[in-house]
Design a protein around this ligand. Structure first.
Ligand code: NAP
Length: 445
């Protein structure tokens, strides 16, 4: 396996994930950004500038480059940029993995293997097709990966769009007649890394095996993330007066024989309920106190996982003060009460969740959670709820589980009602005002 890797577009969805997985797999990896530097993308690069591309590759001298960067409406970034990367990589003898797209096809043929020539019908597809031609002419030893809709970890464009449509932040529809073979971002990243380390030359289709419309894909995303599927708007390409590729299916026979990486279908990776990469990490009394004081550094020294400014911020302090008092009175309470919602994949604290207290004399626990506004609408609330319900089901002394929800918090009510919570009363909370109280028996419903 080569050792040094450069990922262009590492501030984007696919690039970021590729950097993360490369680092985890032992590569020494650098990533580029154009406008959004991050921990994964520390090198600024505009691929429209051939001199800058050449200078960066000469300076870093990677063994391989994975070129994911693409400016959606920018021909020069997508087509010329890919040519600049190919020229620089070829002149330095650097392995190149170029990311292309099924957008190069019109959909007239429906099924496309690696020999299919591009017949784009819109500008983005045409730019990606031009990029392929340049890369193959300049760097014949490179691999050109044609892929389809990329999603899976909440950050894919289709996942973001589904959330925006459901919440009313965006208007539009998801097409029932636009058919694709979506791929999980992690599987694609792993395939790109595998190809960076082997000698495959030429075009390779890398997509998921399942065929699905963009609308049905939106429904799967909504169900996974605890959104109301009825709020996903449906439409057709023709109904919107658009000319877009309708049915484009990449054949995967070659990928299945070439790649060790398994490519999962959407029904496998989206049909499951909550996210499995999320944990609730419990804290200790001193960590509660540090958070109540807003002291992130002290909290980080005491917490098993790094906390966030949100958790140490004003919105959460009253909760930590209460938890600190509870832990002083009964240290065993710390293992029940509010902890950190931790995304293992992103290694990020995304909110807080736990029970209000250990089970009372009647075996009742009350669930509380809050997701950091920066991480909302990615399924974390649902994941936290499922984790706490599973814990309640496992603990022999827990018999009932309660949640209290403000009457206008429709999203929380919808989520809770899916898990069998039923209204049992109303209460007045000094901080939160009127709340409806819902309960469900602990254990399998
Ligand atoms: N998304 C899909 O469903 C899909 C489907 C098929 C193929 N693809 C292909 O997969 C690749 C990754 O897609 P994605 O959705 O992960 O992309 P993305 O999230 O939109 O990220 C695009 C990346 O390109 C960078 N970039 C834009 N213009 C640039 C320029 N002139 N010079 C250098 N970098 C530039 C951006 O940097 P900043 O953010 O820092 O500005 C960002 O890092 C692309 O090649 C795309 O065509 C995507």
């Amino acid at each position: 396996m080569p050792e040094r890797l450069l990922v262009t577009g590492a501030s984007g969805n696919l690039g970021r994930r590729t950097v993360q997985r490369a680092a985890a797999a032992g590569w020494s990896v650098s990533g580029t950004y154009l406008t959004a530097p991050s921990a994964f993308a520390g090198e600024r690069l505009d691929v429209r500038d051939p001199a800058a591309v050449g200078e960066l590759l000469r300076r870093l001298r990677p063994d391989a480059v994975i070129h994911t960067a693409a400016g959606r409406d920018d021909w020069r970034a997508m087509a010329d940029g890919a040519a600049h990367v190919a020229v620089a990589a070829a002149s330095l003898g650097i392995r190149l993995v170029h990311v292309s797209s099924d957008a190069i096809f019109s959909g007239r043929e429906v099924h496309y293997d690696e020999t299919a020539p591009p017949d784009p019908v819109y500008r983005y597809g045409a730019a990606k097709a031009a990029a392929e031609t340049a890369v193959r002419a300049v760097a014949p030893a490179a691999v050109v990966v044609r892929t389809s809709t990329i999603l899976g970890d909440g950050g894919g464009a289709h996942e973001v769009l589904t959330h925006r449509l459901v919440s009313g932040q965006a208007t539009g529809v998801l097409f029932t007649d636009q058919i694709r073979k979506p791929v999980h971002v992690d599987d694609l990243a792993d395939a790109l890394l595998e190809l960076a380390g082997n000698g495959y030359r030429g075009i390779l289709n890398v997509a998921g095996p399942d065929v699905i419309s963009r609308y049905d894909l939106g429904l799967l995303v909504a169900r996974r993330d605890g959104l109301d599927p009825d709020l996903v708007p449906a439409g057709t390409i023709a109904g919107q007066g658009l000319r877009l590729p309708a049915d484009v299916r990449l054949r995967l026979d070659r990928a299945q024989s070439v790649l060790r990486t398994r490519l999962r279908g959407v029904h496998e990776f989206l049909a499951g309920s909550a996210r499995t990469d999320v944990r609730v990490v419990h804290l200790s009394g001193p960590a509660f106190r540090a958070l109540a004081d807003g002291d992130v550094a002290a909290a980080n020294a005491l917490s098993p996982v790094p906390v966030s400014d949100y958790l140490a911020g004003p919105e959460c302090r009253a909760v930590w003060r209460m938890r600190s008092r509870q832990a002083e009175e009964d240290p065993a309470a710390a293992a029940w009460v509010t902890g950190v919602i931790w995304d293992e994949g992103r290694r990020t604290a995304v909110g807080r969740a736990g029970f209000h207290a250990p089970p009372d004399a009647d075996g009742m626990v009350e669930i509380g959670y809050a997701v950091d506004p920066a991480h909302r609408r990615r399924g974390y609330a649902r994941a936290a709820l499922e984790i706490l319900l599973a814990r309640a089901a496992r603990e022999p002394q827990v018999r009932r589980v309660r949640v209290s929800i403000a009457p206008d918090n429709v999203a929380s009510y919808r989520l809770a009602s899916r898990y069998g919570f039923r209204k049992v009363g109303e209460q007045w909370d000094d901080e939160d005002g009127l709340e409806f109280v819902y309960e469900v028996p602990a254990g399998p419903s």
